[in-house]
Design a protein around this ligand. Structure first.
Ligand code: PEP
Ligand code: MN
Length: 337
């Protein structure tokens, strides 16, 4: 359930309600809004009664939450939330573009790409240092050396760094270098990993699992939120279907459907969704038109030489063109890019 505090409730009143919730074995999560604070009481009540909390000073009302994913739900947090990444707010009016190679290959390409994507408006650099590959014989990433190249690119450009963490045991190491921890599609239900990123403070970019329903996607987000980390960005990257003209099948309807269920920012990955560079810009435009808060896109200076995912990577001119195209769409839907 959620306890809605009166506007202007004091810190003492909020603390008192939280103590009361915790005294019956539930976890309390305060969400400080601009006008008022709400406190989510999470856990199994085992029949214990929380009704008397309504009488506590500063409380306006106690509301049962119907959505099974409580903290991700719009019921707990009616306003859209924003996730700050290096001063940029995902979920705000401006569309956030995260761009960079599929995988970090060397320092020169990483810095060259970072400089270019920044020059045309990207707010963050992406790139995998630990790669989850289908085949154990495929390139697995440069690991910590790749993280160092990402950090170097951040130093040179000021761009935030988004990179994947594939195991709970690497969360400490990756978060030393990254500004945003990416959880890949293959790990969306790696519950130990979700808990580990929920226990630290860096924002998390959570990709939809390739066979996950929206409910399962939101439960995965709930794992992170319920551990205390409120900075979760959802990413639609397409799911596996019988269709094979694209690498995955991306449903644009996911974006407004998530918007009806959750306050979390939603971005789209048109690269892994489609697998083909010539489909990336049209899908990005559709995503922005449907209300996406951002795009994460693969960009490589020479896609034909890319070690991984060259066919879906944009070269620099194509990325620049995509930025212009999504800016036009953004304007049409009262956003900026
Ligand atoms: C990626 O973004 O590098 C990636 C591997 O994507 P996904 O987890 O969506 O397949
Ligand atoms: Mn890739």
């Amino acid at each position: 359930m959620i306890i809605v505090m009166k506007p202007g409730a004091t810190r003492d009143e909020i603390d008192h309600v939280m103590e009361k919730i915790e005294s019956i074995g539930l976890v309390s999560h305060p969400i400080f809004g601009t006008r008022r604070t709400v406190i989510a009481a999470i856990g199994d009540k085992h029949g214990r009664n929380l009704d008397d909390i309504e009488a506590a000073s500063g409380v306006e009302r106690v509301v049962p939450i119907l959505a099974p994913y409580k903290m991700a739900s719009l019921e707990v947090h009616e306003e859209k939330s924003t996730v700050k990444v290096n001063g940029f707010a995902f979920g705000g009016k401006k569309i956030g573009v995260i761009a960079g190679p599929c995988t970090i290959e060397d320092e020169k390409t990483t810095v060259e790409t970072a400089e270019f994507v920044k020059s045309v408006g990207a707010v963050a650099l992406r790139g995998g240092a630990y790669k989850p590959r289908t085949s154990p014989y495929s390139f697995q990433g440069l690991e910590e050396l790749g993280l160092k190249y990402l950090a170097k690119a951040r130093e040179k450009t000021g761009l935030a760094v988004v990179t994947e963490v594939i195991s709970a045991k690497y969360v400490g190491l990756v978060s030393k270098y990254a500004d945003v921890l990416q959880i890949g599609a293959r790990n969306m239900q790696n519950f130990l990993l979700l808990k580990a990123v929920g226990d630290q403070e860096k924002p998390v970019l959570l990709k939809r699992g390739m066979s996950a329903t929206l409910d399962e996607f939101l439960f995965a987000a709930e794992y992170i939120l319920s551990r205390g980390n409120q900075n979760v960005i959802l990413c639609e990257r397409g799911i596996r279907t019988f269709e094979n003209h694209t690498r995955n099948t991306v449903s644009i309807a996911t974006i407004p459907s998530l918007r009806l269920r959750t306050h979390l920012p939603v971005i789209v990955d048109p690269s892994h969704s489609t697998g083909h560079s010539n489909l990336v810009s049209p899908v990005s435009m559709a995503a922005v038109a449907a209300g996406a808060d951002g795009i994460i896109v693969e960009v490589h200076p020479r896609p034909e030489e890319a070690l991984v995912d060259g066919a879906q990577s944009l070269d620099f001119p194509a990325f620049e063109k995509m930025m212009v195209q999504i800016a036009r769409i953004a304007e049409a839907v009262d956003r900026t890019a």
